[in-house]
Write a protein that binds this ligand. Structure first.
Ligand code: UDP
Length: 332
């Protein structure tokens, strides 16, 4: 089986490429290297290019038959999407439409799409299942929801079946290396907290301590990147087995506040994590915690690393690699 991984040089995509390679699939990575790193795609063939480049997609799909596409190539920063929505709608929506047109033209009918818990917006329930209203509160979430609508319509009209995987907060790294979150400096909590622990960052900034949560900081559901990849494998196999497209939440169902993540990082690393408080970041919902029962029952998904400490420990392994690589003067 041959799989095209778009965004395979990025954080989650690079873990997927490794996983697909280990499972014996033929893998082609397409990545424009806007945020990914060439060396992160550790298996198969690599093509540098953009998913909005129709000629390139036509060449790829004409050159070989693909049994499925996994699409990770998105801009993902909530605050940036608030300030620069055009960038988000251009890449995440318009370029994805180009991909879908090309898939249709070449009869490539199976897609696993990286969606997000950001499609839900402000939660109305303790845990969010897939039937929760989808009312995103930022352009990033809206861009993901727009693609989900397009995918449903393409499935109904053209038979292009897609699994829409709504990630909660991806974190951690493959303990076998040599890959991990690749955004430098990045905006995500776990890598930044660990950068503060290693000394590469003077301190972590806590965005908002006045949320309606137990300690006033935002609550998120952190899920191990390799567990996300396992869900992609299951989703693709389900498509191959003839399952209709569907949306699936991917999270562990446990919420941790920003302060709890910092505390866990102190425990795991045995190091201080200096912090300071700042105002809320635009676009952040107070609490996002998943009910992932559907992925468990319909895909058979069982996260192997649901514990926050394990996720942080694996992310710490990657931070140590980065520290050694950059030989940062303040790394300790
Ligand atoms: N956050 C923070 N300081 C940072 C980065 C993130 O306090 O330097 C908070 C952020 O406001 C959010 C949570 O950590 O409540 C998770 O943010 P992240 O960017 O990791 O993921 P998101 O939930 O935005 O996808």
């Amino acid at each position: 089986m041959r799989v095209l991984v778009i965004g395979g040089a990025g954080y989650i995509g690079s873990h997927m490429v490794k996983r697909l390679g280990a499972a014996g699939f033929a893998v082609v990575t397409l990545d424009n290297l806007s945020s990914g790193r060439r060396e992160a795609a550790t298996y198969g063939e690599f093509v540098e290019g953009d998913l909005g480049d129709r000629d390139l997609l036509d060449d790829l799909f004409s050159a070989a038959k693909f049994d499925g596409v996994m699409h990770f190539a998105a801009h993902i920063e909530v605050a940036e999407s608030v300030g620069n929505p055009e960038k988000y709608y251009r890449n995440n929506v318009a370029s994805t439409l180009v991909l879908l047109e090309a898939m249709r033209a070449h009869s490539v009918n199976h897609l696993v799409f990286s969606s997000s818990a950001a499609v839900y917006g402000e939660p109305r329930r303790e845990r969010i299942d897939e039937n929760h209203p989808a009312e995103p509160v930022n352009p990033y979430g809206r861009s993901k929801l727009m693609v989900e609508h397009i995918l449903r319509d393409f499935e109904a009209a053209y038979g292009l079946r897609s699994m829409r995987l709504r990630y909660f907060n991806a974190a951690g790294a493959d303990p076998g290396g040599p890959i991990g979150p690749c955004h430098e400096p990045g905006t995500h909590l776990v890598p930044l907290v660990l950068r503060a622990a290693s000394g590469r960052l003077p301190r972590i900034t806590v965005f908002g301590v006045d949320y309606d949560t137990p300690d006033g900081t935002c609550v998120r559901d952190y899920v191990h990147v390799n567990d996300l990849c396992e869900a992609h494998m299951l989703a693709l196999r389900a498509l191959w087995d003839g399952a209709p497209g569907a949306a699936f939440n991917l999270g562990n169902g446990n919420g941790f506040s920003v302060l709890e993540v910092i505390k866990a990082a102190r425990t795991v690393t045995g190091r201080p994590v200096p912090s300071r408080v700042a105002p809320r970041r635009p676009g952040d919902p107070a609490r996002l915690v998943s009910d992932s029962t559907r992925a468990a029952t319909e895909l058979g998904w069982r996260p192997r690393h649901p514990e926050l400490e394990t996720i942080i420990a694996h992310a710490w392994g990657w931070e140590r690699v980065l520290c050694a690589r950059v030989d940062h003067a303040s790394c300790h």
